[in-house]
Design a protein around this ligand. Structure first.
Ligand SMILES: [Zn+2]
Length: 332
């Protein structure tokens, strides 16, 4: 049993309280490589931002949960070394799908877990979330729950159709489950292909897809029913078109990849939305930099040579999100 407190991590309670009151959102960046971790920490330290480093089931399978936990501990020490004496870093389990996996993470140093019972019947979702909450709170770990279903593919979380969160359920759900934050579905979606061309319009000038707007009416209705309760948005990468263009220019093939426009995420950040999940944008930034480097330097074979610009490009993206989209800079 390792408490996250021994690792220098924090849970999300204070972060969310301040974010809701201050009208900004905490970035939740997924990570599974050392370069992502370094870029996240450098960006958070340079912008003086709290940050949630999150780990999906796929990340645990790829990198090993134990290694990721030590990487999160390393992230705290690295932030201190970079000149941040009291970093606010949470280690969060993304999409935990059972009580057992949530418990395992809590026992191994995670400071926050998500129990995703969104595919379950309503009462079962409440009962299982509550079970996770009881165990987590006994260890001062915070719990994110989910109501409503997001479309898209994220590691092993996949759904073809989305169901918007029903605002009439949120008060009962949050009260009875005891969760600390609630992920809702208002039109965001997992992955780099958030919308089919049929769901979008096409910009006549650029030929790029223009996605449908988020359901802000539902978000506002939810806020009215549970004022000040921390809301989470999953699937909120913006799929920057310059990264997609770079990937496609250097041998990639990502036609019609499309995300959530950043101005909508900026608007959401000012509301009770206090955690915004970004994963695909980091993957795109990394891949774009590597593809470009490889094409321009065909004789190079040292991974450090191409991972360095990849790390730089991710860091640039993280800093942009923190300052220009979420507004979590200078909040330490
Ligand atoms: Zn998600």
């Amino acid at each position: 049993m390792t408490s996250y407190k021994e690792l220098g991590l924090v849970n999300t309670r204070e972060m969310f309280k301040k974010a809701v009151a201050g009208g900004y959102a905490i970035p939740a960046f997924n990570f599974n490589t050392m370069e992502q971790m370094q870029a996240i920490v450098q960006a958070a330290v340079e912008t003086k931002s709290p940050v949630i480093m999150q780990v999906s089931k796929g990340a645990r399978a790829y990198a090993n949960g134990t290694i990721l936990r030590y990487m999160a501990q390393g992230a705290v020490e690295y932030a201190k070394e970079l000149g941040c004496p009291n970093p606010q870093i949470a280690l969060h389990l993304d999409h935990g799908d059972s009580f057992e996996i949530c418990k395992e993470c809590i026992d191994n140093g995670f400071s926050s877990v998500m129990f995703d019972g969104s595919a379950l019947p309503y009462e079962e979702n409440i009962a299982l979330t509550k079970k996770v909450v009881e165990y987590a709170h006994a260890h001062d770990v915070t719990v994110e729950a989910e109501l409503g279903v997001l479309a898209g593919v994220e590691d092993e979380v996949a759904s073809e159709v989305s169901h918007y969160t029903r605002p009439e359920e949120v008060e009962d759900f949050s009260k009875r489950s005891g969760c600390d934050s609630l992920a809702i579905s208002i039109g965001t979606s997992h992955g780099a292909y958030k919308f089919t061309p049929a769901q979008c319009t096409r910009d006549p000038k650029t030929g790029k897809l223009v996605p449908p707007p988020l359901a802000f009416d539902i978000l506002h209705e939810i806020e009215k029913r549970i004022p000040g309760f921390p809301i989470v948005l999953h699937g909120s990468s913006s799929v920057p078109q310059e990264e997609v263009d770079t990937i496609n220019a250097f041998g990639g093939k990502l036609p019609d990849a499309v995300g959530i426009p950043e101005e909508q995420l900026r608007e959401a950040s000012k509301s009770a939305v206090c955690k915004i999940n970004i994963d695909s944008d980091s993957r795109l930034a990394m891949t774009a930099a590597i593809r470009k480097y490889m094409a321009e330097n065909p004789g190079h074979f040292d991974p450090r040579q191409y991972l360095k610009p990849a790390r730089e490009n991710m860091k640039k993206m993280y800093i942009h999100k923190i300052i220009d989209v979420l507004g979590s800079n200078d909040k330490l």
